[in-house]
Design a protein around this ligand. Sequence first.
Ligand code: GMT
Length: 386
Amino acid sequence: MRIGIVCYPTFGGSGVLATELGKALADKGHQVHFITYQQPVRLTEYNANIFYHEVRVTSYPLFDYQPYETALSSTMVDVIINHQLDLLHVHYAIPHASAAYMAKKIVATQGIVIPVITTLHGTDITLVGRDKTLAPVVAFSINESDAITAVSQNLRDETYSIFDIKKEIEVIHNFVDLSRFKRKPIDPFRKVIAPNNERIVVHASNFRKIKRVFDVVKIFAEINRQIPSKLLFVGDGPDRFDAENLSRELGIIEDIRFIGKQEQIEEILAVSDLFILPSEYESFGLAALEAMAAGVPLISSDAGGLPEININGKTGFMSPVGDVASMSRQAITILENDDVLKTFKVNAYEQAKKFDINNIVPIYERLYDRFLLKSQPAKKLSQEKI
Ligand code: GMT
């Protein structure tokens, strides 16, 4: 199959998921064409079945805002025609679903039928997408997609409650490549972070308000009062600076490291004992699933789709959003006893197995197959008169 994948190329969950999906499809022999404005961060190795098409945006003095969506549609048209794509799979509705709708209409004028599958990831619905300035276009382009998927049952329900969606939304959970996260801890690395064998707690995110990173600092302050421990903050974003200030105010800065965006997250998770994700909302929580795949238990809020991955009292614990006291107590319960920690680690890994890449990717392939039967591959036609 020749599959076009449209995504954000950054460290965000939707881009990571889309890139991992593309890589897995390429390994299975499909031809995968990534269409985005930058090389996706997880696309690091050469694969003969993977192509990358950069969306180049023309700048012109008249434009206060560059027309990215138009450039994206035009690149889609070019790739659909010249690489005879069988379908387009767009990740994150804004602006990918509406750009795909436009591309679909343009190639239709040349007699080409291109199915569009839209995968909803979270904030494209629950935060940004519902904004009045975007909502009509988001709802329209989702409804015009040939298939719609959501990464959790919760996101599916939220989408129906926020928008008037007339089609079926299929739930296909996020997945993880277990083989990538099953690493032996690198002892010298662990020693650098925790020289006296302290527990290692980790949080990874984009440090946006929705992630509640100040709760992470407060929870760690309580853990640190009772258990020798270190906290690693992975990632970067708007609340990082204030999180650092809060750590200083609480007198725990010496036990916290802000290590920025990391490509080798599996090395960090391999030495970690606990992952904290107290988010206001999380459609799924891919970062938490990756931690669990590395055998790291999870302290999380019970928001959004998190109850679909975190089993309370088994793989970690969940508390209401903002309940720092409860999350701190639960974290200490896991960390204070070696045997308890070991059991939670095993359970976390076992739970992650349910979301193994080998179980989920075939669901996408079956979805694609349904549309292939209905459409013809795009014929290479001249674009001269477009
Ligand atoms: O977490 C973020 O803010 C990034 C965001 C994205 O779209 O890149 O992640 C969303 O998609 C991930 C992959 O499907 C989900 O696992 C995350 O839970 C979801 N984030 C939110 O819903 C806040």
